[in-house]
Ligand binder design. Structure first.
Ligand code: 13P
Length: 281
């Protein structure tokens, strides 16, 4: 079932586990994620960056592909199709009109007032159509979709102000995580995370899930994180397996064999992620 993230994340918040947000890049990745999560019977959020949507042809192509795969593979778990870091209201509207069930409007590069204005416009459009909305406060830096930026941490006041003035469904407060691989140990502000969670009724999101040690992932979940975004890690696991296969099979040219050589590694990692997050139906 293609759904927004409201029920799955509220269940996660209550049950103290996290739902994986896994970024997709093509048909094969989408198929592997859907197959594995359906086998494990856990909900999943398919994250689509603007760059990935463009790469796959556009939002309509992504919606058609996901719906087709869910039907053909008899996927019965709740699946949320979510825009990751939508940079403008227009991009979010385009995705919603195409059939996305959820969007993240990331106006975190603006001052809070402007972030609120843009986010509220997206919320108004999305909620009329049953689509869930995630926003970002502070700024989560690192490298995402080939864009590099520096981080600014969120404050409780800013989180409350954004929430009260927009009616968003989930919030990603920047608290030390970054996109891409970490240089050294990630330094997450768990104290502020727990305080934000106590003061906000909506689920919290942790971006930059790649490279955060297991104990810190568990601590983040205990501090109220209900959705964890993973992108780089699956790219890394898949490409390592494909590189090894190509090194060992220099005569192969069938793209199905080449792309598919990363399937097992990706599915194994997804199973580990789901176990670590404690994800349930
Ligand atoms: P990583 O690439 O660090 O896993 O982060 C993913 C993410 O936060 C997507 O929004």
């Amino acid at each position: 079932m293609l759904v927004n993230f409201n029920e799955m994340l509220m269940n996660a918040k209550k049950g103290k586990y996290a739902v994986p947000h896994l970024n997709i890049n093509n048909l094969e990745w989408t198929k592997y994620i859907l197959e594995k999560c359906n086998e494990l019977q856990v909900p999943v959020i398919l994250g689509v960056s603007e760059g990935a949507a463009k790469y796959m042809g556009g939002y309509d192509a992504v919606v058609g592909m996901v719906k087709g795969l869910m039907k053909d593979l008899n996927v019965t778990i709740p699946v949320c199709l979510h825009v990751d870091h939508g940079s403008t209201k227009e991009a979010c509207i385009k995705a919603i009109d195409a059939g996305f069930t959820s969007v993240m409007i990331d106006a975190s590069r603006h001052e809070l007032e402007e972030n609120i204005r843009i986010t509220k416009e997206v919320v108004d459009y999305a909620h009329e159509r049953g689509v869930s909305v995630e926003a970002e406060v502070g700024h989560i830096g690192g490298t995402e979709d080939n864009i590099t930026s520096t981080s600014t941490n969120a404050t409780l006041d800013d989180c409350l102000t954004l929430y009260k003035n927009t009616g968003i469904d989930s919030l990603a407060p920047a608290l030390g995580s970054v996109h891409g691989f970490y240089k050294g140990e990630p330094n997450l502000d768990f104290e502020t995370m727990a305080v934000i969670n106590e003061n906000l009724p909506i689920p919290l999101v942790l971006h930059g899930g790649t490279g955060i040690p297991d104990d810190k992932i568990k601590k983040a979940i205990s501090c109220g994180i209900s959705k964890i975004n993973i992108n780089t890690e699956l790219q890394s696991v898949w490409s390592k397996a494909v590189r090894k296969f190509l090194d060992e099979n220099k005569e192969v040219y069938d793209p199905r064999k080449i792309i598919g050589s990363g399937e097992a590694a990706m599915k194994n990692r997804i199973a580990e992620i789901v176990t670590l997050f404690g994800t349930k139906l």
